[in-house]
Design a protein around this ligand. Structure first.
Ligand code: ADP
Ligand code: MG
Length: 311
């Protein structure tokens, strides 16, 4: 027991000796550090005055070295990863070390934040980069672009009124939606950008699973829902009556807007939504659904050349 204690004491003192030696070495190295220099200037202290902060300085020095040869965020040896301490002097002339995130960490956080703000379903990833400045204007799309700009600038004042953008294939409806989504996500709004034909396939495949419930919740609660290509989906009475109708009701009740794009004008959608097997009942249900869309959107016609042929 006594021998063990002696050994422990010896070890401790050799560690202390090592520390004293390394503090000396580190102080001479840190003389040139910008943060340390700033502190010396501010306080009039000498390097010797910093000796009492030995342990913190050792850590600061190690972290600075790691950062100087940064191996990337996922291999960052600092603890916690992506952080490093920085010395400060407060009003009472106390030196303390504050942990600050590095630029890589801040950037990764921003990417994560955007991921949670911006959800997509079968929308090309490249569309998340599109902003209004990327949208070429012509005589055909200028009025739709103007309405889109009004939509984003009046977002809160519109009290849940969205847009119903319709027109032929390739004129840039989805592209314009991407610009709206990007603009709002940049300003901290949550957006779910959904390709309609994929939506019902997904929901059907995961019916009542956790993923299904999670998706329905996101569809209902995001600040902006974009239903791209409505009318192109395979609509069943289930999709219409159990998914779409309740979704629209929930969102409009909470004054949350939906943007639609379609190849069909709203009147054309009535037919699409009635095309199920139960005759009169289906027509009535389709009619009610269309009326709800109509009451909560501004219709915007978009025409022009098919830009897909001229990339
Ligand atoms: P739609 O949804 O009307 O079928 P898209 O939005 O998919 O058409 O447009 C097809 C492609 O044409 C886009 O991916 C984009 O490359 C290009 N495009 C469309 N509108 C514009 C525009 N205003 N400015 C620049 N490129 C555009
Ligand atoms: Mg489209």
């Amino acid at each position: 027991m006594l021998i063990q204690l002696k050994a422990a004491l010896q070890k401790l003192s050799s560690e202390q000796q090592w520390q004293v030696r390394s503090v000396e070495a580190i102080l001479s190295e840190l003389k040139h550090d910008v943060n340390v220099q700033a502190i010396l200037q501010k306080t009039g202290w000498t390097m010797d005055d910093l000796k009492v902060y030995g342990t913190d300085l050792i850590r600061y020095q190690q972290e600075s070295r790691h950062c100087a040869s940064c191996p990337g965020l996922d291999k960052c040896p600092n603890k916690p990863q992506g952080y490093r301490s920085k010395p400060y002097v407060d009003e009472t002339r106390q030196l303390f070390f504050m942990y600050e995130p590095c630029q890589l960490y801040i950037k990764a956080q921003e990417i994560e934040r955007r991921k949670t703000l911006f959800q997509t379903l079968q929308i090309p990833v490249s569309l998340s980069e599109i902003r209004f400045r990327d949208i070429e204007r012509d005589d055909y799309n200028i009025s739709a672009i103007t309405r889109a700009l009004e939509f984003v600038s009046d977002f809160d004042a519109r009290r849940g009124v969205g847009l119903y953008v319709y027109g032929p294939f390739g004129v840039g409806k989805t592209y314009l939606m991407a610009a709206i989504a990007g603009h709002l996500v940049d300003r901290g709004r949550s957006v779910f950008f959904v390709h309609m034909p994929a939506l019902f396939r997904e929901l059907k495949a995961g019916f009542e699973s956790a993923r299904y419930l999670e998706m329905v919740r996101a569809l209902e609660t995001v600040d902006l829902l974009i239903l791209d290509d409505i009318g192109a989906e395979q609509l069943t009475p289930w999709a219409r009556d159990e998914v779409l109708s309740p979704l629209l009701t929930t969102r409009t009740t909470h004054l949350k807007p939906i943007l639609y794009t379609s190849n069909l004008p709203l009147e054309g959608l009535t037919e699409h939504f009635s095309e199920t097997v139960r005759g009169e009942l289906d027509r009535l249900k389709a009619f009610r659904l269309i009326e709800r869309i109509r009451s909560y959107t501004e219709a915007v016609m978009m025409s022009g050349p098919n830009r897909r042929r001229h990339p």
